[in-house]
Design a protein around this ligand. Structure first.
Ligand code: BJ8
Length: 425
């Protein structure tokens, strides 16, 4: 696809072309500095480079072709939206969480300034007409997780076709029933949108596809237990970020190829950093593309990241949906059961998250845990205090960092990270 064809497509999507060109230029430079400068990358990382280079190009073209063929596009901001149902309705699902500052001034006219950057970013990308994914959506699904998001959707709903899904805040049987009923309501919304009825057969097939994607990501996550680490934290994070918008079947195949290469590398004792390099588990808020600031700071401070306890990581891939039920009602039960196991900080109590972090750190051979909280995110700021205590009890060094998408604090953060890494060596 030529540059001119890309531009014509973005024009049809009503993007602000000048601002969009500037955004792509910054993204390209950022990617070059943070990703292409890495040593010892896997050959399969070419897939990551290609997808990123075409993130607003070929993938958007594919989505436009799918729309021309009658498919609908659904945008999401949270891992509580069941991709199984979206795919079963014959729609395309894309993650819209944005990981960069864009259109902040405009966003701050809709939400308070002391709102986290993730929320301001998705609103800013829309209002500044910078995101071809958002502009391709026939439906956007919001969810009542944190207060920041649920209030933001009230304002955001004036700008996009929006369906808000209620997500419970506790995990009693009545909460499971609530989530299940919300999945039924989402199923109905999808059927109205697409004109396709979700059947036991279509849902079973979709569940297999989504589970296959999760299995590939689980396989990759487990291989990171090797020392030396066979893949950098930056590349592993990018794999998880790409999982939200690439074609699911192509993505699964590519991740499995990457895992084959990692296994071969492990067999020969190769890695991206020498054996014995301090190993870090990142925990906390999701890092949406292109939020690579902290991983870059950690991995340029003499450490390697071996896992992400986050929704763009382990929290999203840990649990499969049970494929055993043969009827639609049983499948909906299985979906509700699977999604209720997500340990988002929006739940109270949420003690299983503390256990998960300690177990993950142990399984991956992490030497320390860094908790990433996005500035103004209340749920994860509260839990950072609990994670601190839990890590102390588990004998794991711990550092809590709160930051936003800006680069102003990069120097100060690097100093703190370097000091932490030194204590692990
Ligand atoms: S399931 S983590 S994707 S809600 S950073 S917007 S919590 S103030 S992103 Fe999340 Fe779903 Fe939970 Fe996962 Fe609010 Fe915090 Fe901002 Fe956040």
């Amino acid at each position: 696809m030529t540059d001119a064809a890309h531009t014509a497509m973005w024009e049809r999507l009503d993007l602000d072309l000048a601002a969009h060109d500037a955004l792509l230029a910054v993204l390209g430079k950022f990617y070059g500095d943070i990703y292409l400068s890495q040593q010892g990358r896997l050959k399969g990382a070419e897939y990551l480079d290609f997808v990123l280079s075409e993130v607003h190009g070929l993938r958007i073209r594919e989505i436009q072709e799918a729309k021309a063929a009658g498919q609908k596009v659904v945008g999401t901001f949270c891992v509580f939206v069941p991709e199984e149902l979206t795919l079963a309705a014959g729609a395309v699902q894309v993650g819209l969480c944005a990981g960069a500052k864009a259109g902040t001034d405009k966003a701050e006219q809709l939400v308070p300034r002391n709102t986290c950057d993730l929320i301001k970013s998705f609103i800013g990308f829309k209002l500044a007409r910078l995101c071809p994914y958002t502009e391709s959506c026939d439906l956007v699904v919001g969810e009542t997780t944190c207060d920041g998001k649920k209030k933001a959707y009230e304002a955001f709903g004036e700008h996009v076709p929006l369906h808000v899904m209620e997500v419970p805040q506790c995990k009693a049987p009545c909460d499971v029933a609530l989530l299940r009923s919300e999945f039924v309501r989402y199923k109905q919304a999808l059927e109205t949108l697409t004109g396709n009825v979700i059947t036991a057969a279509s849902l079973a097939a979709a569940t297999k596809r989504v589970n296959a994607k999760r299995r590939a990501l689980q396989r990759l996550a487990k291989l990171r237990a090797a020392d030396p680490a066979p893949i950098s934290g930056r590349d592993a994070l990018l794999v998880n970020q790409i999982s939200f918008y690439d074609d699911p079947d192509r993505f699964t195949a590519k991740v499995n190829e990457l895992c084959d290469e990692m296994e071969a590398r492990i067999a020969t004792g190769e890695g991206v950093a020498p054996k014995g390099t301090p190993r870090i588990l990142l925990a906390g808020c999701p890092m949406a593309v292109p939020n690579w600031k902290l991983p870059y700071l950690v991995e340029s401070s003499g450490a390697v990241i071996v896992g992400e306890e986050s929704c763009i990581g382990e929290r999203n891939t840990r649990d499969l949906t049970d494929e055993a039920p043969a009827d639609l009602e049983g499948m909906l039960d299985a979906l509700a059961a699977r999604y209720m196991r997500i340990d988002c900080a929006c739940f109270t109590p949420n003690t299983e998250r503390l256990e998960h972090i300690a177990a993950l750190a142990r399984d991956l051979g992490a030497d320390g845990v860094i908790h990433y909280g996005l500035l103004f995110c209340q749920p994860y700021a509260h839990e950072a205090l609990k994670v601190d205590k839990a890590m102390e009890a588990a004998g794991l060094p711990f550092l809590a960092i709160e930051t936003d998408y800006g680069m102003e604090d990069a120097g100060q953060l690097k100093t703190r990270v370097e000091a932490f890494v030194e204590t692990l060596a």
